[in-house]
Design a protein around this ligand. Structure first.
Ligand code: ATP
Length: 737
């Protein structure tokens, strides 16, 4: 409810002027040109009117007191409307609401609500919420009462929506649309962010897949290694036990045979010849022993050389498989330094770019050449080692076979000496047989012992290889590769199976070495990226949800708007035809919906409220007015007389105000064209309207004045300043003249 209007420097109101509206109907009366319409415009102005034309001006300056010979011009015009808000008509928590607008000569406007600066939009929203719209159906300016008749169908629709208080839906819809656009922008942004991340994500995915593959290989390797090691260990233990047992038995038997031979020999040595023979025998025995000793020493050397040879061969295999080159950090640092130096040259002489590129190229080539042939180099090295070892081995084997021959010779000499000794012995027949037996068995057992020793040596080598393998596996696959449960007995399988196992292990080892390390940092980064990706996906989901929510809201608002509009239309029509019949003493009139057409934007002029208005009515059916005058066949608005037009528009304005009463209604000489009879009816309608809305009527009409509670007279003296005074009815009638 209106409480007060405060005008300072607005148009002809040079001085601060206050109008109190404590009563339901106020009349403003006064002579022509005294400034009454300026009061109506002050309302428009304070409510945020943007059209200069509807305030009868061209520029902002026209709204500001222009000065006269008694009072200088003002630089600022301001109008404040104070409302009683104890019933919370405005959706803010104050008992009194003051809307103030000031305009300056440069055209800028300032708005405030209860003294706080706000935007125009805030004022508009607050007003829409209180059913005070922007198209000004609640302020009917002088001569504009038939504006609604003159308007086109779409403008009329906007006026009707506004009058029905549906503006708030438009506001909400616009708000939702703004949010929707923002949400869609965000969706686009999030999507492009995801697209940007995708290649790196794919890269990390691949890396992690490789790491997973490496993990699989590691597991596979661990499994094979555990089996291999457990079998190998028990195999070696058992073999060693077996061979040492064999060796011990053979040695024992050998000792027996040797002892027996010695006994026989001693018994057959009583004569000089016999002693000589015996001495020869002893010497030959020593020879055999020496050659034997030399041979076993040689066998150890051969074993060592063979071991070294197998290691060298293994190295050579590794070199062939090794795809990496070890480059010392120092070399890399030198390379970087050299390249930087070349680049520094370039900055000194700007034309030297090409020369620098050539120099850098050379540097890199030189660097590469140091590392591009390592394989063949290393291979040659290994080959040389292997070759030397092979040669050494061959020499040793030759020596061994020479020793073997020598041994053979020594043995047969020994055998001959024994035979000679025995032949020499008269009792030799029996002894010869036994000597032969023992000598045979001695040779046999010696062979077995030698074989056992060779085998023992071989087993030692295998043990060494096993330990080396374990060491490598520990480095490559971790402790679990060498943590295995030892087997009590080796499995019943051929040795070949275990050899296959070792080869398989070697293959997996090489592949694992190629696959690289555990890549904890890659996994970490992959996790972070996945989290981020999931976060974005989630956000996108939320955004999509809120977009569809907003879409639904917009649809709901449209539906609601359409529903309220059609309900409102029915009510307005009922009221319209009633008022129409009352004013015309019969006949009827109604609003109808036309088919919606494409909006023609150029039709909108300065008088309508700009683009938001255009948008609001876009694609909606416009409103047509059908009139049916009593006793006349006139149906077109064009054919109505001035008075009839006034009556029709008054009936429509009142009908709209009736259905959705605005808090206040300003009627500026709406009654100007009415004859006496219609003035009376108008007065009656004022009374009925006043029950629902506060009315301010600017009038010269005595009949109308009679229906108001408070009267203000506006006068203008020679100074051109409008002055306001409260008047009694009789004074008012006089003043108005
Ligand atoms: P009527 O009864 O004839 O309609 P009115 O009482 O409604 O008259 P207005 O149209 O409100 O009169 O007042 C117009 C007066 O206001 C004119 O005298 C005009 O000179 C004056 N006026 C308009 N703008 C300014 C301004 N910026 N500065 C000073 N005076 C102004």
């Amino acid at each position: 409810m209106l409480k007060r209007l405060e005008i300072v420097g607005f148009k002809s109101f040079a001085k601060k002027t206050i109008l109190d509206f404590s009563n339901s109907t106020t009349a403003i009366v006064g002579p022509n040109g005294s400034g009454k319409s300026n009061v109506a415009e002050a309302f428009r102005f304070a409510l945020g009117e943007q059209s200069m034309k509807s305030m009868r001006g061209k520029r902002a300056e026209d709204l500001i007191w222009g000065g006269s010979h008694t009072a200088p011009r003002a630089n600022r015009a301001s109008v404040a409307i104070i409302f009683d808000n104890s019933r919370r008509t405005f959706k803010i928590d104050f008992d009194e609401v003051s809307l103030e607008r000031a305009v300056f000569r440069d055209g800028t406007s300032e708005y405030s609500i209860n003294g706080s600066r706000v935007r125009l939009r805030d004022i508009e929203e607050l007003l829409a919420g209180a059913n005070i719209g922007e198209t000004g159906h609640h302020i009917i300016s002088q001569g504009e009462s038939d504006r609604i008749l003159l308007a086109n169908n779409r403008e009329r629709r906007a006026m009707l929506e506004d009058a029905l208080g549906l503006k708030i839906y438009e506001f909400k819809k616009n708000e939702a649309q703004r949010k929707l656009i923002k949400t869609e922008d965000n969706i686009v942004q999030v999507n492009s962010l995801r697209r940007e991340l995708a290649p790196h994500m794919r890269f990390l995915d691949n890396q992690v897949k490789k790491l997973d593959r490496a993990d699989e290989l590691r597991t596979e390797l661990i499994n094979i290694a555990q089996t291999y090691f457990s079998i190998e260990e028990v195999y070696l233990a058992q073999e060693k036990l077996k061979v040492s047992g064999e060796k011990m038995n053979a040695s024992e038997r050998l000792a027996v045979a040797t002892e027996e031979l010695k006994n026989i020999e001693e018994r057959s040595t009583t004569d000089v010849e016999g002693v000589k023979r015996l001495e020869l025998l002893r010497k030959l025995e020593k020879d055999v022993e020496r050659v034997n000793g030399e041979r076993s020493a040689l066998a150890r050397t051969i074993g060592r050389v063979e071991g070294a040879l197998s290691v060298a061969k293994e190295h050579r295999e590794k070199v062939v498989q090794e795809p990496y080159v070890k480059v010392p950090r120092e070399d890399l640092a030198t390379l970087a330094r050299e390249v930087e130096n070349h680049i520094a040259e370039e900055s000194r002489t700007p034309d030297a770019l090409y020369a620098v590129l050539v120099a850098v190229g050379k540097t890199i080539k030189a660097f590469m050449s140091r590392y591009t042939t390592p394989e063949s180099d290393m291979l040659a090295e290994e080959e040389r080692t292997a070759y030397a070892l092979q040669n050494e081995r061959k020499e040793l084997l030759d020596k061994d076979s020479r020793l073997a021959e020598e041994l053979e010779r020594a043995k047969s000499a020994l055998a001959r000496a024994r035979e000679a000794l025995i032949a020499h012995d008269e009792t030799g027949r029996e002894l010869r047989r036994r000597t032969l037996d023992f000598a045979q068995s001695e040779a046999h057992e010696e062979g077995i012992v030698a074989k056992c020793e060779a085998r023992e040596h071989e087993l030692t080598l295998i043990s060494e290889v096993l330990e080396r393998d374990k060491g490598e596996l520990l480095v490559l696959a971790g402790i679990s590769a060498v943590s295995y449960v030892p087997l009590p007995v080796p499995p019943t399988e051929e040795r070949r199976v275990q050899e296959d196992r070792r080869r398989a292990m070697e293959r997996v080892k090489i592949r694992l070495e190629e696959a690289g390390g555990t890549g904890e940092d890659i996994r970490q980064e992959h996790k972070e990226m996945s989290d981020r990706e999931a976060f974005l996906a989630n956000e996108l989901n939320d955004l999509a949800k809120s977009a569809s929510g907003l879409g639904a809201l917009i649809k709901d608002l449209d539906t609601e708007l359409a529903k309220h509009f059609s309900e409102g239309l029915v009510k307005v029509n009922a009221s319209f035809s009633e008022y129409f019949a009352l004013m015309f003493g019969g006949g009827n009139a109604r609003l109808t919906l036309e088919e919606p057409e494409e909006p023609e934007l150029e039709e909108f002029n300065d008088d309508m409220s700009g683009p938001s208005f255009a948008k609001a009515t876009e694609g909606k059916a416009g409103i047509e007015i059908d009139v049916n005058l009593p006793k006349k066949k006139v149906r077109s608005l064009m054919q109505l007389s001035g008075g009839e037009r006034a009556l029709t528009s008054i009936a429509l304005i009142f009908a709209m105000s009736q259905v959705n009463p605005p808090p206040f209604l300003i009627l500026d000489e709406t009654d100007a064209a009415l004859d006496e009879a219609n003035s009376r009816r108008y007065g009656d309608m004022i009374d009925s309207l006043a029950k629902k809305s506060q009315l301010i009527v600017i009038t010269h009409n005595r009949e109308t004045m009679g229906h108001t509670n408070i009267l203000y007279g506006v006068t203008m003296g020679g100074d051109g300043i409008s002055k306001l005074l409260s008047v009694k009815f009789d004074e008012a009638v006089a003043v108005a003249k």
